[in-house]
Design a protein around this ligand. Structure first.
Ligand SMILES: C[S@@+](CC[C@H](N)C(=O)[O-])C[C@H]1O[C@@H](n2cnc3c(N)ncnc32)[C@H](O)[C@@H]1O
Length: 275
């Protein structure tokens, strides 16, 4: 595959962190997640990924992706012809990991990301890339006109980079246009936002998070009828997922739990049903 230079905007560059996390994970003997495509893509991008080597948060990105994969797989088990929308998809490869051969998929991100993405992926009848900001509601019409519900929106490591008002706007857009849909999102509390200059991975790039969310239940207060179906920290993953992790991960998470680090305990992975 030809080598691509990653010429990305500031927040867009952050997509390289989870991409590299999945690529490194794929090389492990006992891996929490397999992603040969991520390894291949990372190897063909001209970028100094070594700045992220051995960072603890790389494992966090892999565990987050693994939980989101499970939520999407559960959704598709119940709704095999449903629609999955990756909001801020970056170079995510969830389709490659959990597609069921029947669902519709949309990969939404900013223009320069989609341009890079087109070097590695192509539109096929069930899978479409959309170049737009999630805050620009016009993309919702493209999704609604091309694929029926129910809908699952995966916003993995995206919304914390938006301003509070924009996050609320995105939730309103989704609830208005896709009532009853599921939204998976991560939230970072104020202790994380305030100390992000020391964050092991973010300190290596220029992008910074803006939306501080102390309690994801807050999202349900924005839209009456919204439900917080699940909310996990990395140290309180769903028992089935935890049981299926390689034992070194279980031991690492048990040790993390005893430390009660703000950076870990204020970071939550959430599943919301919109009204
Ligand atoms: C940390 S990366 C996560 C990428 C991907 N979700 C993953 O887990 O591999 C954040 C992504 O959010 C995207 N993003 C940030 N602001 C956005 C916006 N307003 N609209 C769409 N995508 C956005 C960035 O371009 C980037 O791809």
């Amino acid at each position: 595959m030809a080598e691509r230079t990653a010429r990305l905007g500031t927040v867009q560059e952050t997509l390289l962190i989870p991409l590299y996390g999945r690529a490194v994970e794929n090389r492990q003997r006992d891996a929490a997640l397999r992603d040969p495509r991520a390894e291949e893509i990372a190897a063909s991008i001209d970028y100094d990924f070594t700045r992220f080597d051995n960072l603890p948060s790389l494992i966090g990105t892999v565990l987050r992706t693994s939980l989101f994969d499970r939520w999407v797989a559960d959704f598709l088990a119940t709704h095999p012809t449903g629609t999955v929308v990756e909001i801020g998809t970056g170079l995510n490869t969830r389709y490659e990991r959990v597609d069921n051969g029947q669902a519709h998929w949309f990969d939404l991100d900013l223009h320069d990301v989609i341009e890079l993405r087109r070097a590695f992926f192509e539109n096929i009848p069930r899978r479409t890339m959309i170049a737009a900001s999630v805050t620009d509601g016009t993309w919702t019409a493209a999704v609604a006109s091309q694929a029926g519900g129910p809908y699952f929106f995966a916003a993995e490591a995206v919304l914390p980079f938006l301003a509070d008002a924009d996050v609320r706007h995105v939730v309103d857009l989704l609830a208005d246009r896709f009532p009853g849909s599921l939204l998976a999102l991560d939230t970072a509390g104020p202790g994380i936002i305030d100390t992000q200059d020391q964050h092991d991975a973010l300190s290596k790039v220029d992008a910074r998070m803006r939306w501080a969310c102390a309690d994801p239940a807050e999202i349900t207060s924005w839209r009456p009828g919204a439900q917080l179906l699940a909310s996990h920290t990395l140290t309180s993953l769903p028992p089935k997922m935890h049981a299926e992790l390689p034992s070194p991960y279980q031991e690492m998470l048990a040790s993390l739990a005893t430390q009660q680090l703000v950076q870990v305990e204020e970071y939550r992975l959430n599943l919301v049903r919109l009204p």
